[in-house]
Write a protein that binds this ligand. Structure first.
Ligand SMILES: Cc1ncc(COP(=O)(O)O)c(C=O)c1O
Length: 438
């Protein structure tokens, strides 16, 4: 072990809230990441939910090398060939009809800043409705919209943000005979409260199609359709943040396609760059014309960078050629069935949910009370890592204890079997350990 490097990490890094991993990491390929000691881990979070086509796919490596022979970066006003090619591919092959004009930036947070600026300029409003449990990023505007992140000690958040209680079929705020009725009751009440407080300057409703950081919550279709109506009735734009849901992860081209709802703006990021920092925002020609007339700007150092557009084209090509949207459904069904088998063996698994290969497993102290099992969640996650499986536990006390499981869409049956075996073993050992400690 190179203690110098450990010391360097302690002396020279700003800590930003991540996990404490046993060693430094050196490489990643497909579903596997390796640390300095040569230890391999199954990566069931696809990096930070980005590597949907597998880490370091040959097509991405080739795209980077191609850009190296052409251009990595240009003056921001110069449009490289790959940029309109990528915009055309998105419009023709991936996005719902009518959403056809795009801009390319770098991160999910930034894409939501773009969307907010577009919505505010297009509507002349500033009020924004968001879902509880949302995560839209850490930059100024995006963090103002995020309810599953740390909001304390960072100063005054953006004014004009209102929260709709998130639909949660397992823990509804307003119990009702069906999941749909419970979700719509939340929305109804939230809109009444909003209309009471609104200054009449609504700009947008922003939603993740699957509320991921908030606990992998899948809203009922009727809820998403009702959001569309709520936006239209108030002259607000509907924005879908598809950082995690676009391009196959949930077994559909986009969340918009899955829910049968066309928003006014779609933001895309993680899954477009396959691990490189590419994000996009797309909207309708009418909205683009309106904001262009008003001199819309989002002029950054890396807007329209050729390197990332080449990578985006490669990622989309791989998803199509390897039929990864379909694969998310078949492999997702397989993984889900294996997790449901675990659920039958363990009372502590209260709920298995999600879409495609974006799955959540909620741990509870018992199924009657549904009390979140926080210690169990932390302990199993740690034991999984020790046994070679990296996955994510949602940690905020108010959001339950939910494993978030999202391997690359290229994951193999054998990798899923191995991961479920590790999960089952880690869960059984953690339950024993906690029982002995009590
Ligand atoms: C739905 C969603 N939107 C936005 C973001 C922010 O993206 P980034 O971390 O690339 O800024 C995330 C990141 O986790 C996300 O999950």
């Amino acid at each position: 072990m190179d203690d110098d490097l450990r010391q360097a990490a302690r002396d020279f890094l700003i800590r930003y809230g991540g996990d404490d991993f046993p060693d430094f990491f050196v490489s990643a390929k497909g579903t596997i990441v390796r640390d300095r000691t040569g230890r391999e881990y199954l990566d069931f979070t696809s990096g930070q939910m980005c590597a949907t086509i597998g880490h370091n796919h040959d097509a991405i490596v080739e795209a980077v090398s191609r850009a190296g022979r052409k251009a990595f970066h240009l003056f921001s006003g110069m449009i490289p060939e790959a940029v309109p090619q990528l915009a055309r591919t998105l419009a023709r092959e991936w996005l719902p009809g009518g959403i056809s004009r795009s801009i390319f930036v770098n991160t999910g947070s930034e894409s939501n800043e773009v969307a907010l600026r577009i919505a505010k300029m297009a509507t002349d409003g500033y009020e924004v409705l968001v879902l509880g449990g949302s995560w839209h990023g850490v930059t100024g505007g995006a963090s103002g919209l995020s309810m599953a992140s740390d909001r304390r000690h960072y100063g005054v958040p953006t004014p004009g943000v209102f929260v709709i209680p998130e639909p949660n079929a397992y823990r509804p705020y307003i119990p009702a005979p069906t999941e749909e009725e419970a979700a719509l009751a939340n929305l109804d009440l939230a809109l009444k409260m909003f209309d009471m407080q609104s200054s009449g300057r609504g700009a947008a409703i922003v939603a993740e199609p699957v509320i991921s950081a908030g606990g992998v919550l899948v809203p009922p279709k009727a809820f998403m359709q009702a959001l569309r109506r709520a936006a239209d009735e108030r002259g607000m734009l509907l924005i879908f943040d598809e950082a995690q849901t676009a391009f196959g992860r949930i077994g559909a081209k986009t969340g918009a396609e899955y829910f049968g709802v066309t928003p006014d703006i779609i933001t895309m990021s993680k899954t477009l760059g396959g691990g490189l920092p590419l994000a996009a925002v797309a909207t309708t020609p009418a909205i683009e014309e309106r904001i262009h007339e008003r001199h819309f700007t989002f002029y950054t150092s890396h807007v329209s960078d050729p390197l990332l557009a080449e990578v985006g084209l490669a990622v989309l090509r791989v998803i199509t050629e390897e039929r990864l949207v379909e694969r998310a459904n078949t492999m997702g069904a397989y993984l889900r069935a294996r997790l449901e088998e675990l659920q039958q063996r363990h009372e502590a698994i209260g709920d298995v949910r999600g879409l495609g290969l974006l799955l959540g497993v909620e741990l509870v102290e018992d199924r009657q009370t549904r009390k979140p099992a926080h210690r169990l969640g932390a302990l199993t996650t740690q034991k999984c890592l020790e046994r070679g499986l990296s996955m994510n536990i949602r940690r905020r006390p108010e959001r339950g204890s939910v494993w978030r499981i999202a391997p690359p869409l290229t994951v193999l049956h054998a990798e899923i079997d191995r991961a479920v075996e590790i999960l089952g073993g880690a869960l059984a050992d953690s339950l024993d350990e906690l029982a002995r400690a009590n």
